[in-house]
Write a protein of this length. Sequence first.
Length: 373
Amino acid sequence: MAEQRPPKADEIDSLDLAQLREVIDRLDLEILERISARAHCALKVADVKLKADPDNAVFYRPEREAQVLTRVMERNQGPLGNEDMARLFREIMSACLALEKPLEVAYLGPEGTFTQQATLKHFGQWVQSKPMPAIDEVFREVEAGACKYGVVPVENSTEGVVNHTLDTFINSNLKICGEVELRIHHHLMVGPNTQRGKISRIYSHQQSLAQCRKWLDAHMPMAERIAVNSNAEAARRVHGEWNSAAIAGEMAASLYDLDIIEQKIEDSPDNSTRFLIIGTEEVGTSGEDKTSIVVSMRNEPGALYHLLRPFNDHNVDMTRLETRPSPSGNWTYVFFIDFSGHLGSENVKRALAEIREKAVEVKVLGSYPKAVL
């Protein structure tokens, strides 16, 4: 018996409820079969890689995943939105990758932080995530080989760069393998014992308190604002107190069984944070890439001009420039620079060659795919 093809989108409008359910059942079965076939392919990919290089097989390829997600979004015809469709494929890829080789990823903890949320957004739910107490501990965990990758925050659209992350890169040999952008929504939450009319203190990370300053001034001006190490720590404290509230994300509320009483209290509706994926391997080109470098310049007239001119001369789009104090007496200025393009591109090679002629040192942190989701 020939397999019955599913109706096209314009044919569905003429079907009744029973027929629609029959079509959905057929489609569900087809989706199941296709996902299973993809999973079998993933297992075969792992087998081929292990036979080719048993000791150094690479299972996770950031550029490959970026290409797949980009292609999904480009070819999506709706009615699901591009990001919704890409997230579905992200989870399929995450589950298939776990069959090949489960990924262990360290992130800035504790559980319930936005960094954990970014980790799951980038790697999917099948990743084995490990919370670490500090940013430099995330770096150490990856450098020691205990985790394959790490996730650390690098900048917030409201509060600016995370200096600790930038400073740690100076003395680290790790590479940036990817990035993920996360829209940040802050919620006011209370515990089961909280007397809501008597809240006298509010816990949160110092950056979250700053990002909600106007709302707090307008709605809770008398409450003491107490900065803690993380929003997850704020949520944990509130769970056992009667006179406090916390500002944190939805994941923290769920993890610590808190009630959200005010949603999205951040002052900026476009508040977002960028996170970096760090690892030990260089990443191939995806077609839409970004490169990050650290440059030290001599303290002399025209130093900044000599640093910036090659980007203009070779048509390289510089997207970020940050200056940090030098950790060494030999470096007066240390510049962190992001620009569009991959190290393999000819115009990037020419620009970096000219910069090296004037710089004390140029350290490439990595070329990696631009954030897709």
